[in-house]
Design a protein around this ligand. Sequence first.
Ligand SMILES: Cc1ncc(C[n+]2csc(CCOP(=O)(O)OP(=O)(O)O)c2C)c(N)n1
Length: 378
Amino acid sequence: MTEFLTPSPSHPDMVQLLNPEGERVSHPDYEFSPDRPEDEAVRGFYRDMVLTRRLDVEATALQRHGELGLWAQLLGQEAAQIGAARALAPQDFVFPTYREHGVAWCRDVDPMQLLGLFRGTDQGGWDPAEHNFGLYTIVIGAQTLHATGYAMGVQMDGLVGTGDPTRDTAVVAHFGDGASSQGDVNEAMVFAATYNAPVVFFCQNNQWAISEPVDQMVKVPLYKRAQGFGFPGVRVDGNDVLATYEVMKAALKRAHEGGGPTMIEAFTYRMGAHTTTDDPTRYRVSDEVEAWKLKDPIARVEAYLRRGGGASSSFFSKVEAEADELGERLRAGIHALPEPDPVALFDNVYSELPPELREQRDGYAAYHASFDLEGASR
Ligand SMILES: Cc1ncc(C[n+]2csc(CCOP(=O)(O)OP(=O)(O)O)c2C)c(N)n1
């Protein structure tokens, strides 16, 4: 890969506040200043990341046992997501892609609802208005347009630049490095820039769009794209939860105050497969994965807390016990979910199904019923 796509940890263009060894480092423009005592905030981040990883590991195992149709792992991207989500104000609204399990966690979406979606028992079971968290989007990049439109609406409702921190509202669009090649993303950025919309474009550059490496798609660093649209772009170490939190906080503040859009490129790595249907050993070398393991987002926070005495060993055991409980809850909960109804695919799209789709639905229902008949006649 070319140098500009693989910044060194000390690269001035990449904001980092906690290095892979778990040591605090300084940056001229960003300082870690959480809204709680520092150690308490870091312990909170650690807990969020460990529980999110456990959800991911359990869901992956459940898919392997045939309990889920598919799972999109977030392994390695916990810091990018938790840092970004914990910086949000309650009234901010998030438009996710399909891998934002850490953001869902921070927005209080019950993990069982994520499992229901990937099991096919519902088509996105949470109420976006209740959580200020949209439904997962599989069509890559589509949600960036929704986010920009929503942000323009927020602006028209007078919820930007009021000076009231409980009212000023920002909107976040999550997307990946691959999605940045989509027309939708570029259109969303043009509109956001021209209307000065309060939107943060949060790109998790996890280096791969399924089997396509980022340097096959991108000829300038992603964060520099923003400049072309006329708003700031920042690259942050996406495996550093402290830095991600601060960079996101600054971008949200700018949006709240009426400063307009920002693009954040969280430089991270997808340590697992694209989804459970993918085999990454066919297109990437294990050396790369091993190198990124040394930058594990959770290990560096643990090292920091242990070294500096920010957490006792009983804290770590408590979080581990909580993760075990979560695992048990998910494994038990999956059996309580109903069998997916394949024909439900046609529900909730039109209030009245057009004749052509009704025909398709009936044909599909008859096809499924034929299996039951075969079974019965055996
Ligand atoms: C419009 C559209 N084109 C193609 C696909 C197939 N597809 C699914 S995921 C993906 C790659 C996405 O990569 P990236 O944006 O980097 O996100 P990541 O999965 O790495 O988080 C593609 C091409 C799709 N879902 N939607």
